[in-house]
Design a protein around this ligand. Structure first.
Ligand SMILES: Nc1ncnc2c1ncn2[C@@H]1O[C@H](COP(=O)(O)OP(=O)(O)OP(=O)(O)O)[C@@H](O)[C@H]1O
Ligand SMILES: [Mg+2]
Length: 397
């Protein structure tokens, strides 16, 4: 089934959602209801799942549709540039400010402001944003006048902001402000019915006579799509241009990465998957570092490379802080020395500086069930829940 929002701008084609799965249908219905109001929306999900498209969909289905939809990417800009990008600046307020600049917040007055990759904001920028969200006032850099602006905020991230809050990297008060409504876009592998529907649509758009065989469809549906819809687009584009003369796409025409099973994954990718499993088990509260990870290591079920990869993944969330890492992994702060000694003894330490000024997190990697790991034990008494659990509740509500 394909859903096209009734767009007053007439731009239905480039923003159309192709949806076949029940989970996406539900999400879209929820988004439609959210669009009617003014509440802030936080959209989460892996890279390439369609967060931008969903944000835009909400705007175009909202009463603000005739005003501007302004997107700001919070990653990739230095802190001061982001501040002036959002709030504007007056001429001469800093070197290079040759003329007054209107900020994106003001440009979105009456409309919607989309804050993309909001998890990449520095703590200072988070404080500025929070102040704006609280009083609706903007103050351009170098100006002493303020102005009230009326915008609807939609934010998006592929980071786990709750984890970042636990690690002291994201303000909890800001998270609560932003996620009045939380929409989680599931990964493509969690809604496999959408794969064929989206691919069919992409092939139709190409206007080429191309048809995958049933076996080829099955292979496409089995693949894990770490890059989600964006990756699917790339693969279909390749297939369309490289298809044989009769247009029949067989399994042998598919890229190797799709036909090779996970058993054939290169060692590095396999390790990353193990680290992802361990990381998830730790931060969602099911595993304890000393009780489980350490034991797995001693039993040689996992290697020091796996632990190092796990540490690297944690440091990318805590932006290089080992103390934050302890907190994230649920290790008591009093175990700091023991933990560092363990890493040093087994050569599992990762260089923290690499993550210090990182503006972008290492993108989340796919997780699959691992035969190497024993089943999860009873969760710890703390009863922490993962972000995914909370999301499921929200979407269903
Ligand atoms: N359900 C869908 N149907 C058709 N196209 C889709 C769908 N979902 C996403 N796309 C397309 O996939 C591409 C990636 O989507 P989008 O940019 O919204 O992802 P994202 O979640 O914002 O990714 P990132 O985290 O990398 O910013 C876009 O070209 C978008 O048009
Ligand atoms: Mg995006």
């Amino acid at each position: 089934m394909e859903r096209r929002p009734s767009s007053p701008s007439g731009d239905t084609e480039s923003h159309s959602f192709v949806i076949a799965s029940a989970v996406m249908r539900e999400l879209l219905e929820f988004a439609q209801r959210a669009a009617a109001g003014d509440a802030k929306v936080l959209i989460t999900g892996e890279t390439g799942v369609g967060k931008d498209v969903l944000a835009n969909y909400i705007h175009r289905n909202s009463p603000r549709r005739s005003a501007e939809y302004v997107a700001v990417n919070c990653a990739g800009l230095t802190e001061s540039l982001l501040e002036s990008e959002l709030f504007g600046h007056v001429k001469g307020s800093f070197t290079g400010a040759f003329r007054d600049k209107v900020g994106k917040v003001l440009l979105a007055h009456g409309g919607t402001l989309f804050l993309d990759e909001v998890g990449e904001m520095s703590l200072r920028m988070q404080a500025l944003l929070l102040r704006f969200l609280e009083n609706g006032e903007i103050q351009p850099v170098g100006s002493d006048t303020t102005r009230i602006v009326d915008v609807r905020i939609i934010a998006a991230t592929n980071r786990d902001l709750s984890e970042m809050v636990r690690a002291g990297q994201f303000r909890e008060d800001l998270l609560y402000r932003l996620q009045v409504i939380h929409l989680h876009v599931p990964a493509l592998r969690e809604r496999r019915q959408d794969i064929r529907a989206i691919a069919t649509r992409l092939i139709a758009t190409s206007k080429r006579n191309v048809a995958p065989t049933e076996e080829a469809w099955k292979a496409l549906e089995r693949y894990r799509w770490p890059g989600n819809v964006r990756e699917l687009q790339n693969v279909i584009e390749q297939l369309v241009w490289r298809s044989p003369a009769d247009g029949t796409i067989d399994v042998k025409h598919l890229p190797n990465v799709i036909t090779a099973g996970s058993a054939l994954l290169p060692a590095r990718e396999r390790r990353r998957q193990i680290a992802d499993e361990l990381y998830h088990a730790l931060v969602s509260g099911g595993y304890s570092f000393w009780e489980h990870i350490h034991s797995l290591f001693l039993n040689r079920d996992i290697t020091r490379h796996d632990i190092r990869q796990l540490v690297r993944k944690g440091l990318s969330t805590t932006r290089g802080s080992y103390r934050g890492l302890l907190q994230l992994f649920g290790i008591p702060a009093s175990d700091y020395k023991r933990f560092m000694n363990f890493l040093a003894t087994h050569d599992c330490r990762a260089e923290f500086r690499e993550f210090r000024n990182a503006t972008q997190e290492v993108k989340p990697r796919p997780r699959t069930a691992l035969s190497l790991l024993p089943p999860l034990p009873e969760p710890r008494a703390t009863g922490q829940r993962s972000e995914g659990d909370q999301t499921a509740d929200k979407v269903a509500s």
